[in-house]
Design a binder for this molecule. Structure first.
Ligand SMILES: Cc1cc2nc3c(=O)[nH]c(=O)nc-3n(C[C@H](O)[C@H](O)[C@H](O)COP(=O)(O)OP(=O)(O)OC[C@H]3O[C@@H](n4cnc5c(N)ncnc54)[C@H](O)[C@@H]3O)c2cc1C
Length: 474
């Protein structure tokens, strides 16, 4: 028996249901198809992650085949070239990913070639969770409460023994896909911060368990404290499976070697990841339009000047600028700061959430269609279970609360490093003498605020009232 294993968002050998199934049947032919339309930072990650998978497979003499084009055509051709009897893959949940899976399935059925898809990305499949009326949940808390009652993920599968096929099919070269930027190469900061691949993912997980999980609940909102797991890009590319996280934590809770409250808080964040995929599965239109239809009448503004200042970290609000610069330099931004910058763009600047989402898509190493869409809509107020619109983050107070000592701002906005912490989140309130001592020249080496917080807040509330009125007529 020969099986093609179509790797998608599961770039790992451990706990890979499709791979384990195929390996038990006989020889395997692993395939990866060039994904269209990832962002720049994700392509960087993908390259490194594929290199790592390629090396891991090569240890068993198995060659990863790279091809570009339509998945149906590629898989049909490879079946003929290799005489494969079977094609297997782990399911993905984006609208285009689901559509591709369905097309491949029916093409193979028509040709009487065996095919099977597996669950590999989630603790629970989206169609297995419904409320009492048999409808999809639209609020996280009851969704997760329900999941916790029914969840019984199987134990992770071991890395299987792999046997390669003798005659190797043709493959494109990963290096020729040009996923790593060259002119210019902007990836230095990203390269310094991350170790993509399955080994990097498991080491990151071990470090989190050893060093920070017991501080997770208290510390996760403070961007200068490295207490979150930093697993997000590893999870996006499937380098570690959620079942591994689930069982490792439950085993440790049972042994008493991890604090249960912290572990459960972490698992509820994994729950948010499940929920985002669940929403996207049941409401695929949310990548394009507001979940809450009332927001289709919202008077969004087109303002390229504000958008650019936000993208470049030059808004004059230090916590926003620190976040946007962390993102640009490392491909990552702390979750609390993601919420503050997203609120600022959609509410202070009245710029449509999709513009922020697109920027994140291009610059995040963990860019994920489900998490990105759900989170942007949640912050903008247009999402399922969204934060109430009138809760507009005040970037000064948020900075003072979550970066009190200013460690985060000073790291990413070095032009403010000498400024007294009393003024760090509102430099425009410092006297000329204090600014001079701190070598800050507003309007020259650091921007004045691009919008006034109080005015922007009132404008946002007025826009919201206007959209509520307009939506009555739609
Ligand atoms: C505007 C905005 C956009 C976002 N875009 C993305 C994105 O493109 N990709 C992405 O993975 N996350 C996104 N998030 C969610 C969150 O910010 C990141 O998952 C988190 O910061 C990753 O850091 P971590 O792995 O250290 O998180 P931890 O706190 O260690 O959490 C563990 C895991 O839980 C999941 N998770 C945590 N928070 C959330 C959340 N709010 N929603 C869904 N899953 C979550 C992630 O997979 C994360 O790796 C976004 C949040 C906001 C506010």
């Amino acid at each position: 028996m020969k099986s093609i294993v179509w790797f998608r968002e599961d770039l790992r050998l451990l706990d890979n249901a499709a791979l384990t199934f195929a390996a038990a049947q006989g020889d395997i032919i692993p395939l990866f198809i060039y994904p269209e339309s990832l962002g720049g930072a994700s392509y960087w990650w993908l390259h490194k992650s594929l290199e790592s998978l390629q090396l891991d497979l090569a240890k068993s003499g198995v060659e990863l085949i790279f091809r570009t084009g339509d998945c149906v055509q590629i898989i049909e051709d490879l079946v003929v070239e290799t005489n494969a009897n079977n094609v297997v893959w782990n399911r993905v949940y984006s609208p285009s990913g689901i559509a591709d899976g369905k097309r491949v399935k029916s093409a193979l059925n028509a040709k009487k070639v065996g095919q099977r898809s597996f669950s590999g990305q989630l603790l629970i499949e989206p169609d297995a969770v419904k409320n009492k009326q048999g409808l999809p949940f639209k609020v996280f808390t009851p969704f997760w409460r329900h999941c916790k009652q029914v969840l019984a993920p199987e134990r992770p599968l071991d890395v299987p023994e792999l046997t390669p096929i003798i005659e190797k099919p043709a493959s494109e070269k990963l290096a020729e896909w040009g996923l790593i930027p060259s002119t210019p190469d902007w990836s230095q900061g990203i390269n310094d911060r991350w170790q993509p691949g399955e080994l990097g993912a498991s080491e990151r997980w071990e470090t989190f368990l050893d060093e920070s999980i017991d501080e997770y609940q208290q510390g996760r909102d403070f961007p200068s404290k490295p207490v979150t797991s930093y697993l997000s890009p590893h999870l996006v590319f499937g380098e570690i499976s959620p079942r591994v996280l689930w069982h490792d934590l439950h085993d440790r809770i049972a042994l008493g070697t991890v604090d249960a409250d912290n572990a459960n808080k972490f698992l509820s964040e994994i729950g948010w990841r499940e929920y985002s995929r669940y929403l996207l599965f049941h409401f695929p239109h949310i990548t394009e339009s507001s979940f809450n239809k009332k927001f289709e009448c919202f008077p969004w503004q087109n303002n390229d000047q504000l958008l650019q200042a936000w993208q470049q970290g030059n808004t004059g609000y230090p916590i926003i600028d620190a976040g946007m610069r962390e993102l640009w330099q490392t491909g990552y931004m702390h979750n609390r700061v993601r919420m503050i910058v997203a609120s600022f763009l959609t509410k202070h600047c009245l710029i449509h959430w999709s513009k922020g989402m697109d920027w994140f898509w291009d610059t995040l190493v963990d860019a994920d269609i489900a998490n990105n869409t759900a989170s942007w809509q949640w912050i903008a107020g247009s999402g399922a279970d969204a934060a109430p619109y009138f809760r507009i983050f005040n970037p000064i107070l948020q900075g003072e609360k979550f970066d009190k000592e200013g460690g985060y701002v000073k790291k990413w906005v070095p032009e403010l490093a000498l400024l007294d912490s009393k003024y760090l989140h509102k430099p425009w309130e410092a006297s000329p003498e204090i600014l001079e001592q701190a070598e800050v020249e507003l309007g020259l080496n650091y921007s004045y605020p691009i919008v006034d917080h109080k005015e922007a807040r009132l404008r946002a509330l007025a826009a919201y009232s206007q959209s509520k009125e307009l939506s009555k007529f739609n």
